[in-house]
Write a protein that binds this ligand. Structure first.
Ligand SMILES: [Zn+2]
Length: 318
């Protein structure tokens, strides 16, 4: 983190990142570091945001420490939400590519989500394949008795009072008129506070139990087929990882994929127009539209307001 601090001081001194000056002659604040966390302070403008992203990228390249932009937050003072979103979009642009289609992304999927889904697949197989050799090896190495224990050990006072020690959960919990009911068979009434407390704990545990007929088996609730699928968990985790957005692109299967992707990029203004390149310090003599030469070549101009573009739209409309 000292390296990051050193880099920030250097870029601030060279004017590539403009911090906030405290008072007329006070110090310029550009960043605070707390253990593994960092707060960057700077003037609210696009150049600062773009350069900050570059600094973090260079820091990653030289140190190997990657900043997780998913965990970053952007705060603006005296600016509206739209501007905050605009800056956040610059810092989080890769998120837009990996985000699900339903959240305005390209649906590429992130490697961390895919990794999590594959780990879950391992966990599912571990639960299902009780006789697999690999499962026996993992169990032998990692199993400790601190995990889930039988009900008789968790509720010893109630077990003493139970008449039929070999009864099953299905004997004590039955469905009556679509309601889960307890059919208890105690030697004596539950009177002491300890036993009542255990009974309450048992009822809490039972409240999430589904009782049915047949052999007990695990059901994967995220998929209608009740069976595990990597896709279902990727979809679920993806939904949870990415923030909701009001902008969702309407993908059309009739249009070639590359055209759809271009339209998606236009919607996000992520096309390398001359004006956008100039913002990234790629210098051109002129950033005027090459077709009409009247105004700057922005994304909106190329595809909508340019006279040439309007002629094309007109021909398509005919
Ligand atoms: Zn033009």
């Amino acid at each position: 983190m000292e390296g990051l601090s050193g880099m920030l001081k250097e870029v601030v001194s060279k004017g590539f990142f403009r911090g906030i000056r405290v008072g007329h002659n006070g110090p310029t604040l550009s960043h605070f570091l707390y253990a593994d966390d960092a707060v960057f302070l700077g003037e609210w403008n696009m150049t600062n945001a773009v350069n900050l992203k570059r600094i973090l990228r260079v820091f990653h390249a030289v140190s190997g420490l990657k900043v997780n932009l998913n965990k970053c937050r952007v705060f603006g003072t005296k600016v509206d939400d739209g501007e905050v979103w605009g800056i956040a979009r610059i810092l989080h642009s890769w998120d837009k590519v990996t985000a699900p289609v339903g959240k305005g992304g390209l649906g590429l999927g992130s490697l961390s989500v895919a990794n999590l889904a594959l780990l879950a697949k391992g966990w599912w197989r571990f639960k299902q394949e009780k006789n697999g050799l690999w499962r026996k090896v993992v169990w032998a190495i990692h199993h400790t008795k601190t995990g889930e224990s039988p009900l008789k050990d968790r509720f010893p006072l109630l077990f003493k009072l139970e008449r039929i020690k070999g009864c099953k959960v299905g004997d004590r919990l039955v469905i009556f008129e679509r309601e889960l009911c307890g059919v208890w068979s105690w030697h004596r009434k539950l009177v002491s506070a300890d036993k009542i407390n255990e009974f309450r704990q048992l009822l809490i545990l039972c409240s999430g139990v589904n009782v049915g007929y047949g052999i007990d088996r695990l059901i994967w609730a995220l998929d209608g087929s009740n069976d595990f699928s990597v896709n279902s968990i990727k979809k679920c985790v993806g939904e949870w990882c990415y923030p909701d957005t009001t902008w969702v692109f309407g993908w059309n299967n009739w249009i070639p994929k590359k055209v759809c992707v271009l339209a998606w990029r236009v919607g996000l203004e992520c096309v390398a127009s001359l004006a956008e390149l100039a913002k990234r310090n790629i210098v051109f003599e002129l950033v005027l539209c090459l077709l009409c030469g009247e105004v700057d070549e922005t994304v909106v101009h190329i595809f909508t307001s340019c006279g040439f573009a309007q002629d094309v739209w007109q021909i398509l409309a005919l």
